[in-house]
Design a protein around this ligand. Structure first.
Ligand SMILES: [Zn+2]
Length: 231
C-alpha cells in the first residue's frame, strides 16, 4: 500500500514534482547538456576482483562531496561493512556501506534527486536475499543512489518525487536481511544498479561525516560516524 502524500513530514520542505517518472530521465539528460555533474564521483569500478576494487577506491575530498550521511545530524551509526570487502562478503566488488542503524531510524536523502525506484512490500522478518525493500534516487549527473533494507511500508516518498538533500525518505528496517541496517551505494547509471553482476558502483565521500577515515579516505569498518549539520 502506497502512503498518501500527506503522510510526508511537511517540515522537511521538499516538494512533489509533476513530472511523470518516464519523462524525468529525458528532462535530466536535457538539463545536463547545459552542464551538470560537477563534484560527482568519477571513478567507477567494473565488476572484477577485490584488488581491482581496492585500486579504484579513490575517494574525493569530503569538503567538495555532494553527499551527506543519510541520517539526522547529531546522531551516529557504526559502519558494519565497508567497500571492497573480502571474498564471500556482499561488498566484495562494490563501493557500498552498511550502516548499523536500528529499526525505524529516519533515512535521509544523501543527495538531492528524483525517486526512480522503490519497493516496500517485503516484511522485516524475511531475511531472504532479493526480498529487500528499497528506494533509489537519480541525481543530476545521472548517477543513482540506493537505500536498501527499508522497513515494510516504510518508504515515505513516491515515484517521481523530487527530494532535496536531507529530505526524509522513510524508515530503516531489516527486509531481506537478518540484522537491521541500511545499505547505501551509488551506481554509475540506472540499469546497472539492479543486479550484482552488472552493477557499477562509485566510491563516494560524505561532507558531514565526523570520525576518522581510513587510509584511502573512505569510511572504516567498526567506526561510528556522527552526522554534522549537512551544509
Ligand atoms: Zn550491504
Amino acid at each position: 500500500m502506497r502512503r498518501a502524500t500527506s503522510s510526508i513530514d511537511p517540515g522537511r520542505g521538499w516538494s512533489r514534482t509533476s513530472l511523470a517518472p518516464v519523462l524525468a530521465p529525458v528532462l535530466i539528460a536535457l538539463a545536463c547538456v547545459t552542464g551538470c555533474g560537477g563534484g560527482g564521483p568519477t571513478a567507477p569500478n567494473p565488476p572484477g576482483t577485490r584488488e581491482q576494487c581496492l585500486a579504484g577506491a579513490v575517494f574525493g575530498s569530503p569538503a567538495s562531496a555532494p553527499y551527506c550521511l543519510p541520517w539526522a545530524s547529531g546522531t551516529a551509526f557504526e559502519v558494519g561493512q565497508a567497500y571492497c570487502s573480502p571474498p564471500g562478503a556482499s561488498h566484495h566488488r562494490r563501493y557500498a556501506y552498511d550502516f548499523m542503524m536500528p529499526m525505524d531510524t529516519e533515512v535521509l536523502a544523501a543527495r538531492a534527486g528524483i525517486v526512480v525506484e522503490l519497493r516496500e512490500h517485503w516484511p522485516d522478518d524475511d531475511p531472504q536475499g532479493g526480498h529487500e525493500n528499497m528506494v533509489s534516487l537519480r541525481h543530476d549527473d545521472d548517477t543513482i543512489s540506493l537505500y536498501i533494507h527499508m522497513r515494510q511500508d516504510g518508504v515515505l516518498v513516491e515515484m517521481g518525487d523530487s527530494v532535496p538533500r536531507g529530505g526524509l525518505l522513510g524508515w530503516s528496517g531489516s527486509s531481506g536481511t537478518s540484522i537491521p541496517h541500511l545499505h547505501f551505494q551509488v551506481c554509475l547509471r540506472s540499469g546497472e544498479c539492479s543486479t550484482a553482476t552488472r552493477e557499477v558502483t562509485l566510491p563516494v565521500s560524505f561532507r558531514n561525516a565526523q570520525g576518522p577515515l581510513d587510509s584511502r579516505g573512505g569510511l572504516a569498518v567498526g567506526t561510528s560516524y556522527t552526522a554534522l549539520p549537512c551544509q
